[in-house]
Design a protein around this ligand. Sequence first.
Ligand code: ADP
Ligand code: NI
Length: 215
Amino acid sequence: MQQTLDLTIAFVKNTLADAEAGHDWFHIERVFKTAQTINQTEQANSLIVALAALLHDIADSKFNNGDEEIGPQKAGEFLTSINVDQEVINEVKLIIRHLSFKASFDKNSYQSKELNVVQDADRLDAIGAIGIARAFTYGGYKNRVLYNPEIKPNLNMTKEEYKNAVSPTLNHFYEKLLLLKDLMKTETGKKMAQQRHDFMLAYLEQFYAEWEGRK
Ligand code: ADP
Ligand code: NI
């Protein structure tokens, strides 16, 4: 197992060499470690959890014309090339395919303990201190303002509207980040999310206080 993981880590590092900051190797490493923490209590198949965590972002559909199949396909080809069992490959591909925010709303979609572990770990990286940093990095990249009290968060945007909207980065907290806590599947994930959630609420309090010159 260790050799399979070492080869996969080398492949992912190489594939993500030019990735943007939100989805670079360090995002993968955090998800990989968090997935292992969660799996200490969850006890899902540790090889499948590790491989799915490592390979989940090698081809983001957002940067591949919305093609959701490229990621699972590239992962499958790589795992075949290092002789991983076909059943393991199939599970890993299913997990990668179902990891997106979008797929998680499809109630009939594939479910497994391994998916829950990796999905919780990936979502945890979008909240808390790291999540805040990632949101402002993304906002900066999109040239968005930090905050504008006159532009209210909009929870009913389509995916296309959302992508093109010029919402302030703070709105993203209400449109997505503060909703993630209630989407956690595992017990450990829920606990970790609650702590990170409370940290974001405290952060927002401080942000508004500073914005208004109250503190
Ligand atoms: P993931 O890899 O978790 O599916 P995304 O690709 O949607 O996440 O986003 C990567 C990071 O950028 C996340 O931390 C997410 O919160 C952040 N992000 C995405 N959309 C926005 C936005 N409109 N404003 C601020 N941050 C965003
Ligand atoms: Ni991710």
